[in-house]
Design a protein. Structure first.
Lengths: 511, 341
């Protein structure tokens, strides 16, 4: 590896500040990237990682601070500007065009031309050369959509090579890859690093961060915590820096949720062989009173699909659902609500809160839906319920008449949670309730879930953050490739155990 | 380069069968092939039913002549639909440019001024719609609906009644018949076919054209890939407007007059032809040659019905049924290609 202080940095970001309405997303953050290094950007969700990346790629404009690339001060106003400066990005959900061919995706905007007409033959040949440079040998004329996400990611990196990227940003590139695919990607990353490309790597997987990085920058709550060479930052120190003072707080939640659940009686909800062709292979699921069942698995493993079938949002083509031991027909969300099952969707903005209504109106919506539209909830009851939940969940601002659209993501999520709690459910299904919200709100929501389940509420909790799942759930259902591969008792496993189970369990039987 | 090469290739393809390779490359052509098949079936059916009186050089040549204006509209519409938009204004823009041209000629304006004014007038309305869509975030449906009303209103302002065109240069476009045996083609037909050829070139062999497909496939991705999304979308609507102006010229030549009530509902015929030709309404997939096939399917159904002497309302029922069929087929194709990911 190169000597750190000899090589001048390729990217120097100083004092970067970005404000969104009501939120200081980045507060005077410094970040330095050197040629020939893999630099990991770490922080919890909402720490400002993606905001910083978007500042560097020209998606967001910065309110203060400066960006210097290769010694030149730059102002990026579009992604094209950043690419022209040699900065390319591969996003988690691969941002290519699946309706075009592999070769076109690699070369789009840089097609080889003869006169004004594209010369497809040499364009495809160039695409093939760039891909082979990364060890990827696929037909450049095949449609991108016919390849796996892993291949699509390599195609996206090939595209960055066409742009002659000096800086390659990889935002959660491994979240939907299997172990072998990750190794291949890392091989490519190491090769590029040795050629002097500066690589900015973002991942939730600590193992991967330690395997590939030379240096780590930690962000927390939109502010810089520090920059460290990998050898000087042991894992527990990193986690402490990422989570900060919240650590003990969350530990308390964890200890309160490690209760023994009485599973001798009838479960609150039992699903048997619930499945839908092409969506989810038949899976069983029991939830007992006062139990938090976590659902873990990679993106696209069928987590959301399972609960949507349970809730009647999608129609299963096999399986039965029992509520308190009685057969229940759940063909529509309305039926589920009648059985006191509530579902909080992962698409908070699209399927959750109504941005143009007030906090109070959003909370009352759920109660009203259960009563039917003709029986109005008395104003006095409404006010009491709204006040109760605003206080209990710590919604900020604590103003029932504020428009939900103006609240931060974390507070919107609290309003959504309040809405479902106001319907007095027996089973609450939470799909990614803590995604993209700040650390404080996350802890609030987790605390509330732990508290309610201790009082007897049954909860199904889905999260990409496995720490959260382990912290809250007594039992974890693991899915992979749209199939349930097993259940783990969370008191008898740790994070590594769970990750290993997600990655490897049931390999033999799957084949 | 070798430094980055992996020890083993990531995925080496075993020799795939010819058919498999073809399908993995050309899956999105299937709806267009289906349209060609339907066109062939229509011809064969009509030929059998009319005992050999249908496929004659005269009929086929008339097919192009009668539908030249629709073909030009469909070409412009293909650009817009490929970006994932829609342009409802083309029927009334065609009427407006047509009556504007007729009025200008009647007032004594020279052809060299009138024709460019018609074309640029159409393009200007398209540009306006594009700006509304791109910079004001208006839904394409609403923005082009505004264009529809604007075009129709302007047409009525120019004249409330039909204006006859006496200008020989305009009538020449329609009346000149270049014959080869029983076949003939008019300048209007040549204009329409040229529009198809130019559009095919632009869409498949220029960076602008490929950006149209990229925008229709995933606008967000296209932007992040550093493509000039805004400019391309506005250009697509401008092209559609220009084509509407050109269609106005062709229709004026065809009917020998401008008429402000021309082309009511023609935008829907153009959309139908584009969709039948295999372009997906969600954008990003389709071919301008498919749109040409779509126009011919449309025109052939019309001809068959008039040959049979049946009610013209059957026309709409059959086109409606075909549209429904094609949209279902397209849904299935999209679902399949998404499912494979």
């Amino acid at each position: 590896m190169t000597e750190d202080n000899v090589v001048p940095p390729i990217v120097e970001m100083t004092g970067i500040t970005i404000r969104f309405p009501g939120v200081l997303a980045l507060d005077r953050v410094d970040f330095t990237l050197r040629p020939g290094e893999v630099h990991s950007l770490m922080g919890e969700n909402g720490a400002g990682k993606s905001t910083l990346i978007k500042a560097l790629t020209g998606v967001y404009a910065i309110d203060a601070g400066s960006i210097v690339v290769a010694g030149e001060r730059k102002t990026f106003s579009t992604a094209a500007d950043a690419q022209a400066a040699g900065i390319s990005t591969v996003y988690q959900e691969v941002n290519l065009c699946t309706n075009l061919t592999v070769g076109e995706n690699v070369m789009l905007g840089h097609e080889k031309r003869r006169g004004n007409a594209i010369d497809w033959k040499s364009t495809h040949r160039a695409a093939t050369e760039h891909m082979e440079g990364l060890g990827l040998t696929i037909d450049p004329r095949s449609m991108l959509s016919s390849h796996s996400i892993a291949i699509q990611q390599l195609v996206a990196i090939s595209r960055a090579m066409v742009l002659d990227a000096k800086v390659l940003i990889l935002d959660e590139p491994t979240s939907s890859l299997d172990r072998g695919e990750v190794e291949q990607l890392f091989g490519v990353i190491r090769g590029l690093r040795d050629k002097g490309v500066a690589i900015l790597f973002v991942s939730h997987f600590l193992d991967q961060v330690y395997e590939i990085s030379d240096r780590i920058t930690v962000l927390r709550n939109g502010a810089l915590v520090g920059e460290y060479p990998i050898a000087e930052l042991p894992r527990d120190a990193l986690v402490t820096k990422m989570i900060g003072h919240e650590l003990e707080d969350l530990a308390a939640i964890a200890s309160s949720s490690h209760r023994v659940i009485d599973r001798s009686g009838t479960p609150v909800v039992r699903a048997e062989a619930l499945g839908k062709r092409g969506v989810l292979e038949p899976a069983d699921l029991d939830v007992y009173e006062g139990e938090v069942v976590g659902i873990a698995g990679l993106l696209g493993s069928g987590r959301t699909e399972l609960v949507r079938l349970l809730y009647g949002a999608d129609r299963p083509d096999s399986g039965t659902i029992e509520v308190h031991g009685e057969h229940a027909k759940v063909h529509q969300p309305r039926h589920a609500i009648e059985k006191r099952i509530s579902f909080s969707s992962e698409n908070r903005r699209e399927e959750g809160v109504v941005a143009d209504l007030t906090v109070a109106e959003n909370i009352v919506l759920g109660m009203q839906a259960r009563l039917g539209w003709l029986r109005k909830v008395p104003k006095k009851d409404q006010d009491a319920v709204v006040q109760e939940y605003i206080e209990a969940l710590g919604v900020r601002p604590a103003n029932p008449n504020a428009l939900v659209g103006n609240l931060s993501g974390g507070n919107q999520q609290k309003v959504l949670l309040a809405r479902w709690l106001a319907t007095a459910p027996e089973l609450l299904v939470l799909d990614e309730p803590t995604r993209g919200i700040d650390v404080g709100a996350k802890a609030d929501i987790q605390r509330k879930v732990a508290e309610l389940s201790a009082q007897g509420l049954s909860v199904i909790f889905i999260s990409s953050e496995l720490e959260e799942v382990l912290r809250l759930a007594q039992r974890v259902v693991v899915l992979r490739d749209r199939r349930k591969i097993g259940e783990l008792d969370s008191s008898s496993t740790d994070l590594d155990g769970l990750i290993d189970y997600i990655a490897n369990a049931g390999e033999g039987s799957a084949a | 380069m070798t430094a980055t090469t992996l020890d083993r290739p990531v995925r080496t393809q075993e020799k795939p069968s010819m058919l498999k390779t073809f399908l993995s490359r050309n899956g999105s052509m299937m709806p267009t092939f289906a349209a060609i098949l339907i066109l062939i079936l229509l011809f064969a059916g009509a030929e059998a039913f009319l005992r050999g009186d249908f496929i004659t050089p005269r009929n086929i040549s008339a097919l192009l002549l009668d539908n030249a204006y629709l073909l030009v509209l469909a070409v412009g519409m293909t650009f817009v639909i490929l970006t994932g938009g829609i342009d409802l204004s083309v029927g009334s823009v065609m009427a407006f440019t047509g009556i504007l041209g007729a009025r200008m000629l009647a007032e004594g304006a020279p052809v060299a001024v009138t024709v460019p004014t018609m074309l640029l007038g159409g393009a200007a309305i398209g540009l306006l719609i594009g700006i509304l869509v791109q910079y004001f975030g208006v839904q394409p449906f609403i923005a082009s609906l505004a264009g529809l009303f604007l075009g129709r209103g302007l047409a009525y302002i120019v004249s409330l009644s039909s204006i006859k065109v006496e200008e020989p240069a305009i009538l020449w476009l329609q009346s000149t018949r270049m014959s080869f045996g029983g076949w003939y083609i008019t300048p209007t037909g040549i204009i329409a076919l040229s529009a198809v050829a130019i559009a095919a070139f632009v869409l498949h062999l220029t960076r602008f054209g490929r950006t149209i497909y990229a925008v229709g496939g995933n606008e967000q991705s296209a932007r992040l890939m550093g493509l000039k999304v805004g400019r391309v979308k506005i250009a697509a609507y401008t092209i559609s407007g220009f084509c509407a102006g050109l269609a106005g010229l062709i229709l004026t030549a065809y009917s020998g007059a401008g008429y402000p009530r021309n082309g009511i509902g023609t935008e829907l015929d153009a959309i139908a032809a584009v969709v039948i030709g295999g372009t997906l309404l969600i954008g990003g997939r389709g071919y301008v040659l498919g749109s040409m096939v779509g126009v011919f399917v449309y025109g052939t159904i019309k001809t068959i019905i008039s040959f049979m002497g049946a009610e013209q309302s059957w026309m709409q029922i059959i086109v409606g049924a075909l549209l429904l069929l094609f949209i279902v087929v397209q849904r299935a194709i999209v679902a399949r290609s998404d499912g494979r990911r």
